[in-house]
Design a binder for this molecule. Structure first.
Ligand code: GLN
Length: 507
């Protein structure tokens, strides 16, 4: 509870109201509730559902102080897109004075003295940070099971086995769970190979990875720098548009940040999609489970009815995308994570002998198994003798993939339609028993957009026979987020997932 302010009960702030940014902003402006009441509600929700392990750090005092400030700004008549809106932050964005761990033991005591550009942009737009969310260690994973703070859980259960705890996908699993379980209004995550979109698909929410360079990477704990992008996870497509507009923008602190005008994405919500060409990618339908295929098929029909022209296309080079990703990403990770040596910064082992022992012990104690696996793979493919055979080759293939996309697929269609993931949320035990390669295969549909640096959005599209969410992915041309939002919002309206959501078994 807020210590020095009595919270009056409101009708809108009841359990599981699934309040969106648009609704929250309207309610705040109409004085139906205050920003302090709103944050208090979500702090209570976060507390009530602690067992989901969505948050690894919650700073109540800071959040309430920010809400008070927002209330005074609202009283003064200020109007910012996220003013007073409680947002959850993946624990990989540096937040000044708030612990930022990337859910790794090696960073478990790190309190940044600066703010990441993306979180700073959100603060400038009036957002209130409720807490830092759980994730796979250093964002490496597809199940949120490699976190130093333990796994994160979905509130959803399978109809056939309601006792089996499910994980929300990864690596932004905490952010996805926080949004889907109504422990915040919206959240941010990072997406190197699908970490915003796959958990969004598992959790029945919206997630977008923007074009590489749209959001600054300054102050984001690096995993694979040529692939990493920040992205929002939200309850609606409109909220994703509001969030992305608030997060994006040129930043001189990131040399890969794009100096482009950021359109007002919310303007594209609800616009007609008549005549837009959407390509259904044949390669992504091969070998998929029937229930995922059915949802993609239904999505294709809905888009057709809404006025899109659907064109079947083939992108043969897609078969090389996953291997290319799993060479480039570990290579960049092994270089980025070299800085955690217990000397320059990061946790230091107590077992220090000579300097080599100090490095080795700090790193082997501080990094979990999956991170160590990636670092070894990366060091191997970058080492003399293997560099040309693996890393240089992967870079050439990446170039071919991008050229093929621009010169082939995107000359025929405006957007691509694919499933977001080949599966629905898995049980904790099932994911623990998956081999690394089986886990990597979960990224089969998502890594393409990172390798090609194009925007891709996951929007809820249906339920499996066991009642779990399935998302579809819309992939656009470089910097054509507007097209993606436009088609996604038309689809969202047509599919009416909010009705389906009510039928999901929830704990
Ligand atoms: N699952 C992918 C991986 O483990 C993607 C991770 C991400 O997007 N951060 O590499």
């Amino acid at each position: 509870m807020v210590p020095d302010q009595k919270i009056k009960s409101t009708t809108i702030l009841h359990m599981d109201n699934f309040l969106t940014i648009t609704e929250a902003r309207r309610g705040l402006k109409a004085k139906e509730f205050s920003a302090v009441e709103l944050i208090d509600h979500f702090l209570q929700m976060a507390d009530k559902h602690k067992d989901l392990n969505a948050y690894v750090t919650v700073d109540r005092e800071k959040a309430i102080a920010a809400a008070k400030e927002a209330d005074s700004m609202i009283a003064r008549g200020d109007d910012l897109p996220c003013l007073g809106v409680p947002i959850a932050i993946k624990d990989l964005f540096c937040t000044k004075g708030i612990r930022t761990t990337a859910c790794s033991k090696i960073l478990s005591e790190f309190v940044p003295c600066y703010e990441s550009t993306v979180t700073n942009n959100l603060l400038r737009n009036g957002a209130i940070f409720i807490g830092k969310t759980n994730m796979d260690e250093f964002a490496m994973g597809s199940a949120n099971i490699t976190s130093y703070f333990g796994p994160c859980y979905l509130r959803y259960r399978r109809k056939s086995s309601p006792d089996v705890k499910l994980v929300p996908g990864g690596s932004s699993g905490g952010s996805a769970t926080a949004v889907a379980s109504d422990l915040c209004i919206a959240a941010i995550g990072s997406d190197t190979g699908g970490s915003v979109r796959q958990p969004a698909s598992f959790s029945g929410i919206v997630g977008i990875k923007p074009t590489y360079g749209l959001c600054s990477r300054y102050g984001m704990v690096a995993f694979a720098s040529s692939l990493d992008q920040a992205g929002p996870l939200t309850k609606t497509v409109e909220d994703a548009a509001i969030m992305l507009k608030a997060m994006a923008g040129h930043d001189p602190n990131d040399s890969t940040s794009a100096d482009v005008e950021i359109p007002n994405y919310p303007d594209y919500i609800g616009k007609s999609i008549k005549g837009m060409k959407v390509g259904v990618v044949k390669e992504y339908l091969d070998g998929l489970p029937d229930e995922v295929l059915k949802v993609v098929e239904a999505a294709r029909k809905l888009l057709e009815e809404a006025g899109c022209e659907i064109i079947e296309i083939s992108i043969e080079i897609l078969k090389y995308v996953l291997p290319t990703y799993y060479i480039i990403a570990p290579s960049e990770a092994s270089s980025n994570l070299a800085r955690y040596d217990g000397v320059r910064y990061s946790r230091r082992s107590e077992q220090t002998g000579n300097v080599e022992d100090l490095y080795a012990n700090s790193r082997s104690e501080g990094f979990g198994d999956e991170v160590q696996r990636r670092l070894m793979t990366g060091a191997y493919v970058l080492s003399a003798g293997f560099y040309d055979a693996y890393y240089a080759k992967a870079q050439k293939i990446r170039k071919m993939i991008i050229d093929d996309l621009i010169n082939n697929a995107f000359t025929k269609v405006d957007l691509l339609l694919t499933p977001t993931a080949p599966n629905t949320a898995f049980g904790l035990d099932e994911s623990n028993n998956m081999s690394p390669v089986e886990m990597y295969l979960c990224d089969i549909c998502t890594v393409f957009a990172n390798i090609a640096r194009v925007p891709a959005l996951s929007v809820p599209a249906g339920l499996s026979s066991d009642g779990l969410p399935i998302g579809i992915q819309l992939i656009g041309r470089h910097f054509c987020e507007c097209d993606v939002f436009r088609v996604a919002s038309a689809f969202e309206k047509a599919v009416n997932f909010s009705e389906l959501r009510k039928t999901i078994t929830t704990v």
